[in-house]
Design a protein around this ligand. Structure first.
Ligand code: CP
Length: 323
């Protein structure tokens, strides 16, 4: 376990990270981007490290991009899921992790349905723990790739007005974005039906918009969230059609923006519900850039938690040193 890394032992969330730490991750990701553009997408940065990807909830983008990031940095990786592991026989999270530790692993990347599970694990095992989404709590690498994408397209984060639209109540992506963006000086708004906004959301330092038209008038960037139908009991919205009519991001609404609006969505999308295909596939959408940036951000987090120094990222790509 590296005792003293730029990020500490684990990445559980963005709430506790400083502006310098956030910038170190984004700048390191910038340096690692070009690895994925090479014909041979592999550097020796994490040679000899063993990483377990434990995904106890479904995932496409996060799981695959962590695995690509690990492999492109030459780590050895193993994937486990609830189905097919002894979790289905009732083995606890800590027992599962301790058995993996007994095989001498270095890092665990975990997605789990329970808020706080990543912190719980981080306090109980010596390996680095990276939160790939825990319940409604945080999804730090998603917010980091969102921030990198905004910085790429706008040129900065400071002073940029970002409105997160939709199901804020169930969203770990929203929470991580609010923490990270505000720490780096962006202004953050949220917009959605009152039933899908947490009580006292204003205390997180965000502006609240009841109407999407007002949010679009204000924002430079919209980050449109998925309606998390699997986490909802009936009653949050009258119907999906009604949600689309009142809060859906349509071409007409985007065209009414006073300036050039940048459109993000963390995926997976409910096309025709929170976002129309005209917008998702349109010129203002950077949704696939987010996915590309996800690999670089995850490489950066892995490198820094392994003890890599941000300013040595370029050299590490050549000689494989961790720092
Ligand atoms: N954005 C996101 O977390 O997507 P996945 O659930 O596919 O990982």
């Amino acid at each position: 376990m590296p005792p003293n890394t730029a990020l500490g032992k684990d990445l559980v969330g963005l709430e506790s990270l400083t502006a310098d730490q956030l910038r170190a991750i984004l700048d390191t990701a910038e340096a690692f981007k070009e690895i994925s553009e090479r014909q041979i997408k592999k550097v020796p940065v994490l040679r000899g490290k063993t990483i377990v990807n434990a995904f106890f909830e479904p995932s496409t983008r996060t799981r695959v991009s962590f695995e690509f990031a690990e492999k492109r940095l030459s780590a050895d990786t193993v994937n486990i899921a609830s189905s097919g592991s002894s979790v289905v026989k009732g083995e606890t999270l800590v027992d599962t992790a301790r058995n993996l530790e007994a095989m001498r692993i270095d890092m665990v990347v975990m997605r789990h349905g329970s808020s706080g599970s990543a912190q719980f694990l981080a306090e109980r095992i010596p390996s680095n723990v990276i939160n790939a989404g825990d319940g409604r709590h945080e999804h730090p690498t998603q917010a980091l790739l969102d921030m990198l994408t905004i910085r790429d397209h706008v040129g900065r984060l400071e002073g940029v007005k970002v409105c997160i639209v939709g199901d804020i109540l169930h969203s770990r992506v929203a929470r991580s974005n609010i923490f990270g963006l505000r720490t780096l000086g962006a202004e953050v708004g949220v917009c959605g039906p009152r039933t899908l906004l947490p009580a006292a959301i204003e205390e997180m330092g965000v502006k609240v918009f009841a109407r999407i038209e007002e949010a679009i008038e204000w924002a430079d960037v919209l980050n449109v969230l998925r309606l998390q139908l699997e986490r909802m009991q009936a009653g949050y919205v009258p119907s999906l059609r009604e949600y689309n009519r009142v809060f859906g991001l349509t071409r007409e609404r985007v065209q009414a923006a006073p300036g050039e609006l940048l459109v993000l969505h963390p995926g997976p999308m409910n096309r025709g519900v929170e976002i129309d295909s005209d917008v998702a596939d349109g010129p203002q959408s950077v949704i696939l850039d987010q996915v590309t940036n996800g690999v670089a951000v995850r490489m950066a987090v892995l490198y820094l938690l392994a003890g890599g120094e941000p300013e040595k990222a370029e050299a590490a790509k050549v000689d494989g040193a961790h720092g």
